[in-house]
Design a protein around this ligand. Structure first.
Ligand code: SAH
Ligand code: SF4
Ligand code: F3S
Length: 470
């Protein structure tokens, strides 16, 4: 499965192939008897969320509109995640539940796409066990959805197609979820093969988009009035692999910063590729927000080695110091896994002490979940679920306390907040993220949503910040 020729220029989907898709979209639109509404149910990370925006854009081109909910849609598409077992079970459970809805609405058609479909043997499994799924395709051939959808409608039979190609498709239509903020995928796939992770298997090898294509997309978004752009990739730091002309992540950031995108963010970064040049680019910028998501996974050198993370605890802490030295008060967040095969109590305590030492502003904590085909799944020393559960509870307790302590440093500071929506607790309050990436709730109304508001932080509540308008 592993292709080592990763320094080649990434292949693009040909113009002829894209033309076939545009033609298919037009043909669907011209069909008298076709689904009128769609609903996309998305699981997993931002990469999937953005893929769903592309799928929605293609449905719109096919003359379909978004249904208010999945019960009333003519076509329901599940965009799945398989990074942990519970993500996969949730997706499959919901697909099966829809089978019941179809008993009441026989015209309903069901599709499944996303990372789960790229798992070995999944196409056969869908064909055999999920006979009510009408359409299935993976992440590698997402751009072919219109053609497959048309075939499903024309033949009236099931269409299941999984591909293994590592290509880039440019210029697909996108229907954004938000007006004020947008995603741009800058690179696809991952070459890191962390022991536990299925992403490199289901998302293919790393491939970076041409810098000009990204800049063109950003220009378009700015013309549309987008205030915040989030750059996406499994490992944005290694952007540029295989590209010519000095394309690198820091170079890309500098170009976008010079264009004047109001707020720039990115995720995810791998600690081993976090260069001084990137820190310089951030520190010297006007628009890159002072926040960094830097997954550590474990605080133990032995576990990091078993995970194939290719950095040590000391190296990681060195990167944190460098970030904080150059960008004071930077918002720092992380991902942590407990219960990797072989993890001893002493090694887990190293993770606890690292969390204590760093003082993250927020952390996503996970119990290790074995994924078929990954190296860790075959390792000796699998940890009992009760042990892992007990460890994650201790970890969460330390992290929450540290988070409360650390967030207090923002009290009295002024932040520019991009208001995302009304607060869940009150109609007279809105919440959104400040520049440091932390949610802030402050007095406001629906009129503020989508606007950038100056707020002074006044307190810490439920592990987020509260503030007042300046
Ligand atoms: N490319 C990103 C995100 C990968 S998935 C990165 O490298 O950080 C997001 C997170 O899910 C990972 O950071 C990891 O903490 C977690 N994760 C991945 N595989 C997992 C598994 N098998 N079990 C538990 N957590 C996992
Ligand atoms: Fe998975 Fe590691 Fe790649 Fe992140 S860097 S997607 S954790 S293999
Ligand atoms: Fe899940 Fe695929 Fe993202 S497995 S976390 S949706 S890359």
């Amino acid at each position: 499965m592993q292709d080592h020729r990763t320094d080649r220029k990434p292949a693009h989907v040909t113009e002829t192939e894209l033309q076939v898709q545009r033609q298919a979209m037009a043909e669907v639109r011209a069909l008298e008897d076709r689904p009128r509404t769609f609903c996309i149910v998305t699981y997993g990370c931002q990469m999937n969320a953005h893929d769903s925006e592309t799928l929605a854009g293609m449905f719109r081109e096919m003359g379909m509109s978004e249904a208010p909910d999945r019960e009333s849609a003519d076509f329901v598409l599940f965009n799945t995640c398989c990074v942990r077992d519970n993500a996969e079970r949730k997706a499959l459970g919901n697909v099966t539940w829809l089978k019941e809805v179809r008993k009441r609405n026989p015209a309903l058609r069901i599709g499944v796409c996303g990372c789960m479909i790229q798992e070995p043997g999944m196409a056969e499994r869908i064909l055999k066990q999920y006979s009510f799924v009408d359409l299935a395709f993976g992440t590698a051939n997402l751009y072919r959805m219109p053609e497959l959808f048309l075939r499903m409608l024309q033949t009236g039979s099931r269409v299941v197609e999984v591909a293994d190609e590592n290509t880039i498709a440019e210029d697909l239509p996108v229907q954004r979820l938000r007006r004020d903020a947008a995603y741009i995928t800058i690179m696809y796939g991952c070459n890191n093969f962390c022991s536990y992770c299925i992403v490199p298997y289901v998302r293919g090898r790393e491939r970076s988009r041409e810098m000009d294509d990204i800049l063109r997309e950003a220009e378009g978004l700015m013309r549309d009035g987008v205030k915040e752009i989030m750059l996406l990739g499994q490992n944005v730091n290694s952007y540029g692999l295989g590209l010519e002309g000095g394309a690198s992540f820091p170079a890309l950031l500098r170009r976008l910063d010079a264009m004047g995108v109001e707020r720039l963010r990115f995720m995810t970064s791998h600690p081993k590729d976090l260069s001084d040049d990137l820190i310089d680019a951030m520190a010297g910028s006007k628009h890159i927000l002072p926040q960094f998501h830097l997954p550590v996974q474990s605080g133990s050198d032995e576990v990091l080695r078993a995970m194939n993370r290719r950095y040590t605890r000391a190296e990681y802490l060195g990167r944190v110091r460098a970030l904080r030295g150059a960008i004071p008060d930077i918002g720092l967040t992380t991902d942590i896994i407990v219960g990797h095969p072989g993890e001893t109590e002493a090694q887990f305590l190293d993770t606890l002490s690292l969390v204590e030492e760093v003082g993250y502003d927020s952390a996503f904590t996970f119990i290790y979940s074995p994924r078929v085909g990954t190296r860790a799944a075959a390792m000796p020393g699998q940890i009992a679920p009760e042990v892992a559960t007990e460890r994650i509870q201790r970890l969460i307790a330390v992290q929450e306390r540290r988070q409360r302590e650390r967030l207090r440093r923002f009290i009295g500071m002024e932040e520019s907040v991009l208001a995302e929506g009304l607060s869940r607790r009150s109609d007279a309050a809105v919440s959104g993220k400040g520049g440091h990436g932390i949610s802030i709730t402050f007095p406001g109304s629906a009129e503020d949503v989508g606007e950038i508001v100056r707020v002074r932080v006044t307190g810490v509540k439920n592990n987020t910040l509260t503030g007042e308008r300046v």
